[in-house]
Design a protein around this ligand. Structure first.
Ligand code: 4NP
Length: 161
């Protein structure tokens, strides 16, 4: 099993979108039994809430339904369950490092490290911006999701169904 957790600040915009897009890729490759996905926020403000309507709409345009997802806060024990803990921006990365048990730091990655074709380090927070922000974020997430899946294929024993 390879367990992947996507993390942003609120867990209602970027990380549930990343979870949905990556989950769809995993399903398309027949890897549901091999790769698990989840998402969480470093903050607890939106715990229990569904993804932002604008993000849901943008994902649905690509045929990705994320309406079932609910926000939760990331916790120290997540580092014991998840092999990959994927931060959307540097601030998420620093907040994760602060709660990471010793010896698990290597599990934290910046999402766009898996998208070398994108000339940015962070997935920008679209919460306070317009709908365009969500489209831009979704494009970045699609590229990085494919990059992450390629990385998992290269570094783990993953049997395609
Ligand atoms: P996310 O976006 O981290 O991509 O889910 C945000 C959602 C909510 C807030 C900030 C960012 N907020 O301040 O409530």
């Amino acid at each position: 099993m390879v367990n992947v957790l996507f993390v942003c600040l609120g867990n209602i915009c970027r990380s549930p979108t990343a979870e949905g897009v990556f989950r769809a890729l995993v399903a398309r490759e027949g890897l549901n039994q091999t790769i698990t996905t989840d998402s969480a926020g470093t903050a607890s403000w939106h715990t229990g809430n569904p993804p932002d309507e604008r993000g849901q709409a943008e994902a649905l345009k690509r045929g990705v339904d994320i309406s079932d997802l609910r926000a939760r806060q990331v916790k120290e024990q997540d580092f014991l369950q998840f092999d990959y803990v994927i931060a959307m921006d540097r601030s998420n990365h620093d907040d994760l490092l602060a709660i990471c048990p010793k010896g698990h730091e290597h599990q934290i990655h910046l999402f766009l490290d898996f998208a070398p074709s994108i000339d940015q380090v962070e997935v920008p927070d679209p919460y306070y911006g317009g709908v365009d922000g969500f489209g831009e974020v979704l494009q970045m997430i699609e590229v990085a999701s494919q990059g992450l899946l390629d990385h998992i294929h290269e570094h783990n024993l993953v049997n395609q169904a």
